[in-house]
Write a protein that binds this ligand. Structure first.
Ligand code: C5P
Length: 280
């Protein structure tokens, strides 16, 4: 049997780094939101797909789960972008394998693969604390976003970005509590607020061109530019679908932005992550 699982991207609707932990990780507070750009993971329990690279997180998820199923990943989510693509592939592998052979503790397998993987097992919108694995779901809200992705690459990006943090980049988590309240009570107002992100300074100093694009986007749209994860993807929170489309047109047509970003995508929040098909 082959089953096919959608692996959504995620955005961080704000991310505060609250402390350094004895285990080498950092404590953070964030609001995760799964969004509608998907990788597609196919799982074949007869193992007919060619093997993946052993460094691929989807392959590491397969090994952590055990068994001999074959995995194939169709990538749509920009990689190393702050969008959780690799983590989501791993989560999708776990969900698919669990469908074939239920019973394992997916949450702890997920955390062993990466800090964002537990959230991506579930999707929706959720507060994340600890490494990002202590999840407190928020009510689902239909939210629209405009993403700007970049080609810039940094080896071992997440680790490098955490290592670049300075004392002033840490904060107490109070701003994320406010973001969570807005998601619950007044999600339309999110777009006008600059969502906190503890990586913003480090990102803008390592990638001055991303900082320059962010400034231009703010001038062109009049909206605050948001950072997801450790970047480099930037995004805007739109009021609704039409607003998102008009923001995207404005960004694509802006002469000052020509050739300075990779892709400009309109996405929405997604509540559930279906296993899309299964056939013998
Ligand atoms: O958990 P994940 O494998 O995605 O993390 C990659 C690296 O990022 C970790 O090895 C660690 O250096 C850093 N990290 C951290 N605190 C977190 C998440 C990641 O310091 N909460």
């Amino acid at each position: 049997m082959t089953i096919s699982v959608l692996a959504p991207a995620k955005l961080n609707l704000g991310l505060e780094i609250t402390g350094k932990r004895p285990d080498g990780y950092h404590d953070l507070k964030t609001v995760f939101c799964a969004v509608s750009v998907f990788d597609r993971v196919r799982i074949d329990n007869d193992g007919t797909f060619p093997p993946l690279a052993s460094t691929d997180l989807a392959e590491r998820a397969r090994q952590a789960f055990g068994g001999s199923a074959g995995i194939a990943v169709q990538k749509r989510i920009p990689v190393a972008a702050g969008l959780g693509g690799g983590s989501s592939d791993a989560a999708a592998v776990l969900r698919g394998l669990d469908r074939l052979a239920p019973g394992q503790d997916l949450q702890s397998l997920a955390l062993s693969l990466g800090s964002d993987v537990p959230f991506l097992l579930r999707g929706g919108i959720s507060i994340g604390a600890g490494r990002g694995d202590l999840l407190d779901p928020l009510p689902f809200r239909p939210l629209w976003f405009v993403l700007l992705t970049f080609d810039h690459r940094l080896d071992d990006k997440t680790r490098a970005m955490f290592a670049a943090l300075e004392p002033g980049d840490f904060s107490d988590g109070a701003a994320i509590a406010q973001v969570a309240t807005m998601v619950r009570d007044n999600p339309q107002a999110l777009g006008a607020m600059r969502l906190p992100n503890g990586f913003r300074r480090a990102l803008y100093s390592l990638f001055p061109e991303v900082a320059a694009v962010a400034a231009t986007v703010e001038t062109v749209t009049g909206l605050p530019v948001q950072v997801t994860g450790a970047g480099p993807t930037l995004y805007l929170v739109a009021r609704d679908f039409r607003h998102a489309l008009s923001l995207r047109s404005g960004l694509r047509l802006a002469g000052d932005l020509r050739g300075r970003f990779d892709r400009c995508l309109v996405v929405r929040s997604v509540s559930r992550i279906p296993i899309v098909e299964s056939r013998p």
